[in-house]
Ligand binder design. Structure first.
Ligand code: PLP
Length: 415
């Protein structure tokens, strides 16, 4: 391994701390590693380079937005062409209508679309539409589910007050009985149930829906006039091109998209069925930048590009191979690696050692040019290649070698 130099990242980080609270904030701040890269200099395909010139195969994909590869030529060309006409102007651009039409054609449950910038715009709008349509206040969410940073979503974080959370009820993932109980405890009060299509919390194995779970949740919503919202912000276009709900055989009333929809250009969308179109019209939802034309062109081009290939099939295949290879080589070194979630968004956990060792293994991978995170699911893109996988396995193996013999966690050692 060449010497791993991150001195420019470190110097920039020191400067950042003087003028930016936390130096790097939000989820990027969470993933700052003491001995890891902190700023990028450029990105191309499935790779990025940090400010010190280190090259990484990127399995975070900017936390999901990068789905076709960084600086994908067709997407960048669409953005540049749109920019030539203007971007933020005093009227909406025709591309907004074209994008909405494309979403209605592509997404099975969509009869209309509204646009924002971040996933949290779409989830926030979704609950407002549900409240407007039902005249009810309460939101039911899955315990540990993440839907953005609006106060009603921020339990336990400074800045949110108890009143923000008063209308939010929680059920465990995969527990339709608990939902049924909540419905009877709060008869006529629940506006919506909002959930990702499968459970992808941080710091925990990701969980797929149990057989029959979604059919029952859908039936309970229908029988009780509760709006069913799928938060597909993270998993959108990586599980099924027509909406992740299609993969699990159910139909929501509203679906939130963000992240991958614009291949990294800032766009989010709420799509819904005709039954909620009037409510969506009446909710006052806007933002100065919501009408930017270029990100809409990026999203239209992204959906078009994804539609030209079996993108989900490719990412599923790559993710399956990646995980199978990692699990196997971990086993050969005495480590038990668990891969959970969907193949295109694998969450990894070393099960027979401490969390500290798991994070140390991730750090060793990062130092060698494979960018991963210890506590969050990863993402595949259509730009990852077999050569990237091969290199990843070599790096992962070298990282295990660097750790040495596993020091088994007490439970694993006892078992
Ligand atoms: C499932 C889910 N919903 C909503 C959001 C919020 O999206 P954004 O960060 O774009 O506001 C995220 C972001 O990670 C997410 O994963």
């Amino acid at each position: 391994m060449q010497t791993y130099d991150i001195s420019r990242s470190q110097a920039l980080y020191a400067r950042a701390q003087e003028v930016i609270p936390g130096g790097i904030f939000g989820h990027y701040g969470y993933s700052v590693r003491e001995d890891g890269p902190k700023f990028f200099s450029r990105a191309e395909g499935a790779h990025f380079w940090d400010v010190d010139g280190n090259d990484y195969i990127d399995y975070m994909c900017a936390y999901g937005p990068m789905i076709l590869g960084y600086r994908h030529p067709a997407i960048e060309a669409a953005v540049e062409a749109e920019q030539r006409h203007g971007n933020t102007v005093s009227l909406a651009a025709p591309i907004m209508v074209e994008l909405a039409e494309t979403l209605v054609e592509t997404v099975a449950a969509a009869d209309w679309a509204l646009f924002g910038k971040n996933g949290g715009d779409a989830t926030g709008l979704a609950v407002m539409v549900a409240r407007a349509a039902t005249g009810r206040a309460k939101i039911v969410k899955v315990d540990g589910g993440y839907h953005g940073v609006a106060p009603w979503m921020r339990e336990g974080f400074p800045g949110a007050i108890p009143a923000d959370l008063e209308q939010v009820l929680k059920v465990p993932w995969n527990d339709a009985d608990a939902f049924e109980q909540l419905i009877s405890d709060h008869a006529g009060e629940i506006a919506c149930f909002i959930s990702s299509p499968y459970h992808h919390p941080v710091f925990a194995d990701n969980e797929l829906p149990a057989p029959g779970y979604w059919a029952r949740m859908e039936a309970l919503c229908r029988a009780n006039g509760i709006v069913l919202i799928v938060d597909d912000v993270r998993s959108g276009f990586r599980l099924h091109p027509a909406g992740s709900n299609v993969a699990y055989g159910f139909t929501p009333d509203l679906i939130c998209f963000g992240k991958a929809i614009g291949n990294g250009h800032p766009l989010a969308a709420l799509v819904g069925t005709d039954a909620l179109k009037d409510a969506a019209k009446d909710v006052y939802f806007t933002g100065t930048q919501f009408f930017n034309a270029a990100p809409m062109a990026a999203a239209k081009a992204t959906l078009d590009e994804l539609g030209k290939m079996d993108a989900v099939g490719r990412m599923t295949d790559l993710g399956t191979k990646l995980s199978d290879g990692l699990v196997k080589l971990a086993g050969q070194r005495g480590y038990e690696l668990i891969a959970s979630g969907i193949p295109a968004m694998p969450y990894y956990r070393l099960a027979n050692v401490s969390q500290r060792t798991h994070f140390a293994w991730i750090d060793e991978c990062v130092k060698r040019g494979v960018y991963m995170l210890g506590y969050h699911n990863h993402f595949l893109s259509t730009a990852h290649t077999e050569a990237d996988l091969q290199r990843t396995w070599e790096v992962a193996d070298a990282a295990f070698e660097a750790l040495g013999e596993p020091e088994l966690a007490p439970a694993a050692a006892a078992g």
